[in-house]
Design a protein around this ligand. Structure first.
Ligand SMILES: Nc1ncnc2c1ncn2[C@@H]1O[C@H](COP(=O)(O)OP(=O)(O)OP(=O)(O)O)[C@@H](O)[C@H]1O
Ligand SMILES: [Mg+2]
Length: 501
């Protein structure tokens, strides 16, 4: 027994805490089969405020202390709880638990009804306040991925760790191809405390985790893309063109197809209908965007590492092939400018989108793995006024089994309509109330009382609100590094066993 219901209303049940119990924000309690969660707390006293102030005054000013009789009866902590779930009917509670009911803490047995969904993605364990219950939390992978995932939190709360945990569990499953735009080069391989970590060290990484980088070590894939793969609509997503320039882009593309950039950069004077000034500024913009230039012999040369005149004709197609075979493809974009990162990822996702659109028309989409793309600092592409392939995916990708895993510190910069479309939110700690409001306002469950809880979430503590979970589940996310360590130990044990029979 930890407390007793002494009043309140449906979403705001008042509980008197038993004096020696320590109850935290976010704690899960059970009353009458109804799972309750503590979202606020305050002091309560049977004494008049003026009496309390007088007694305190006597004590503070050195007139001696007045002992309060039956102190733990007269002074107490008042908890506010909201109903989360009816454990018996397995639905949202529609009744109040009995008045004056005595509460107990929730335990692992209370959650035996939670089933492991198909293609389960493991997220972590159920959390009551900051205590972990031995109940794994899963979401249905195919559904969650195609209906988009938002991971909002302040910096350092564990967004990247969570994505690594999700991806680790997807490796080798084959039902999802994931493109990771890794702006910090932190997913594939990194050092911590003298040890190597990253998705590279998964036992099945060999064939299932594909890594591209602009500075490849021997044996690694270089991220090189041939300019023949660039289309006018790819460039439009990162460069602002005047309408005259746009007309010229499409004109060149129509005339020269995949050699259009070459012809455009080398064109001396305007093609029919393209003015000289238009051409000149277009050439300048494209040279900047693709990091190219033309030398005095009239040859195009590369100033950057990504766009190439001679290599990389298959890169985009290869990446899309990997994705539609259920692999994890990590692009190290740490040395790329933001524009080039968006251009490259836009090219890949546009190709993926048109492939999957075609598969749907052909009626073979169901046989293909779902595809998702991980984007850090998502407002860069999903922000107000942006029009690009990522917005299209957020709005209609689910019809074609393509989703987004959007990571952000600034959910408020993403338009509400898109936020509402990101149907699974794995909410980590956030100190900014404007951010919490944006997240709470677009969640799948009613989180209107969760403001203080979200503000108080520690590293790795989260709340999953999803159209694919029965209620907003509080959980503790595993540490990725612990996961890798455990997998190494397991392999070591197995190897030793094999060695000694
Ligand atoms: N669930 C967890 N358990 C234990 N440690 C964690 C957990 N989540 C994150 N950490 C640790 O906290 C630190 C920050 O985590 P992480 O890099 O994932 O944060 P982030 O939200 O991605 O931050 P940023 O906004 O800077 O990218 C890392 O050292 C990570 O190992
Ligand atoms: Mg991060």
């Amino acid at each position: 027994m930890v407390g007793q219901i002494i009043g309140g209303s449906y979403g705001e049940i008042l509980i008197r805490q038993k004096s020696e119990e320590v109850i935290e924000l976010g704690d899960l309690l059970v009353a009458d089969d109804i799972l309750l969660q503590i979202y606020d707390m305050e002091y309560g006293s049977l004494l008049q405020p003026s009496d309390l102030a007088r007694m305190s005054g006597l004590q503070l000013e050195g007139y001696g202390t007045t002992e309060i009789h039956e102190k733990d009866v007269r002074n107490y902590i008042l908890l506010r709880a909201k109903p989360l779930f009816n454990l018996k009917t397995k639905s949202i509670p529609k009744t109040l638990p009995r008045f004056f009911h005595i509460l107990r803490r929730a335990s692992a047995q209370d959650f035996e009804f939670l089933e492991k969904p198909q293609n389960a993605i493991y997220l972590g364990k159920i959390r009551s306040g900051s205590k972990i219950l031995a109940v794994p939390v899963y979401i249905d992978g195919k559904n969650a991925l195609t209906h988009h995932i938002l991971i909002p939190a302040t910096t350092g709360r564990g967004k990247s760790n969570l994505v690594k945990v999700i991806l680790w569990n997807l490796i080798g499953k084959g039902y999802a191809g994931i493109l990771v735009l890794d702006a910090h080069n932190e997913y594939y391989s990194y050092m911590k405390n003298g040890k190597k970590y990253g998705l590279k060290y998964h036992p099945d990484a060999g064939k299932n985790v594909i890594y591209y980088t602009s500075s490849p070590a021997p044996g690694e894939r270089g991220l090189r893309i041939n300019i023949k793969n660039v289309r006018p609509w790819h460039l439009r997503e990162i460069v602002e063109f005047t309408s005259a320039q746009e007309d010229a882009l499409y004109l060149f593309h129509k005339e020269y197809r995949e050699r259009w950039i070459e012809h455009l950069l080398l064109a001396q004077e305007g093609m029919s209908g393209v003015r000289v000034e238009t051409l000149a500024s277009l050439q300048r913009k494209i040279k900047v965007a693709l990091e190219l230039d033309v030398n005095s012999h009239g040859e195009i040369y590369e100033r950057g590492t990504i766009f190439s005149v001679s290599e990389g004709e298959r890169t985009i197609a290869d990446i899309c092939d990997y994705l539609e075979n259920g692999k994890i493809v990590i692009l190290d974009t740490s040395s790329l400018s933001q524009e080039i990162e968006l251009l490259v990822s836009g090219m890949i996702m546009s190709e993926m989108f048109s492939r999957y659109k075609r598969y749907k028309e052909q009626g073979v989409l169901e046989d293909k793995p779902v595809v998702s793309v991980v984007i850090e600092e998502a407002p860069r592409v999903l922000g107000e006024g942006k029009s690009n392939i990522f917005g299209t995916i957020a709005r209609e990708g689910r019809k074609f089994h393509i989703g987004i895993i959007a990571i952000t510190q600034l959910s408020s910069m993403i338009p509400r309509e898109i936020l509402a479309n990101l149907n699974t939110k794995i909410i980590l700690g956030n100190e900014m109330s404007s951010e919490r409001n944006a997240i709470i306002g677009s969640a799948a469950q009613d989180l209107s009382k969760d403001d203080k809880m979200i503000a108080s979430l520690d590293r790795g503590e989260a709340i999953v609100s999803s159209i694919f979970t029965k209620f907003a589940i509080p959980l503790q996310i595993d540490s990725f590094e612990t996961l890798v360590d455990k997998s190494r130990e397991k392999r070591k044990k197995r190897d030793t066993l094999m060695l000694f029979g």
